[in-house]
Design a protein around this ligand. Structure first.
Ligand code: PGA
Length: 226
């Protein structure tokens, strides 16, 4: 078994049919990768395979209380969830999540024995202005706690759901940059990963795994990749 990780982020997608398709596909999986499946909150207790770990797509920063519609880290833990994606660019943008709020969520996750997967990434405007490294450094500094357990997901915003991906050289350079700042953390790549490019990306120097969005909604991805 290698120690690379594949995180499937269902976002606001999926249904019972997808849960069953995953259950059937992973029934006999004894492959090389650690698989983490992140369905919507309500689908979490319906997932049943022993051959993948469960992840959530967010959690609240607080332990309990008057926060209508929110889910705490301890609730996730109680249901057998092991990982939680935090600070995804869609949440940063659509739910106005700041680096500081994400850091508080990271701490809540760690306190409850969840492994945070913290997303960072630059916009196309940052990239074109030559600000990628500055933005990444700022996001890393402000949204992560110093903790080796946390997984860092580098997801260039311009690559998410667009079919555009950075060059191999860009990925290697950026991973080296992150590794220099956080030498002991697992770092994964996300943004338009599919069954055609997954092999190539996961074997680039410094890449410890993948965070897959759209492509993981079809088992063709795993059939082609695993
Ligand atoms: P994508 O999404 O694979 O559909 O580009 C990745 C993500 O947002 O985590």
């Amino acid at each position: 078994m290698n120690n690379k990780i594949i995180v499937a982020n269902w976002k606001m997608n999926g249904n019972k049919a997808l849960i069953d398709a995953y259950g059937n596909f992973f029934k006999n999986y004894q492959g090389d990768y650690t698989i983490v499946v992140c369905p919507s909150f309500i689908h979490i207790p319906l997932c049943y395979s022993q051959n993948y770990f469960l992840g959530a797509q967010d959690c609240h920063e607080g332990p309990m209380g008057a926060h209508t519609g929110c889910i705490s880290a301890s609730m996730l833990r109680e249901l057998g969830v092991k990982y939680v994606i935090l600070g995804h660019s869609e949440r940063r943008l659509q739910c106005f999540e700041s680096d500081e709020m994400i850091k508080r969520k990271v701490n809540a996750a760690l306190e409850n024995d969840l492994i945070p997967i913290v997303c960072i990434g630059e916009t196309i405007a940052h990239k074109e202005a030559g600000q990628t490294f500055q933005i990444l450094k700022q996001q890393l500094k402000n949204s992560l706690s110093e903790n080796d357990k946390t997984i860092i997901a580098y997801e260039p915003i311009w690559a998410i759901g667009t079919g555009n991906i950075p060059t191999d050289c860009e990925i290697i350079t950026i991973f080296q940059f992150i590794k220099n700042l956080f030498p002991n953390n697992t770092i994964v790549y996300g943004g338009s990963v599919n069954e055609k490019n997954a092999h190539q990306i996961i074997h680039l120097r410094g890449v410890d795994g993948l965070l897959v969005g759209g492509a993981c909604l079809n088992l063709v991805f795993f059939e082609g990749f695993l």
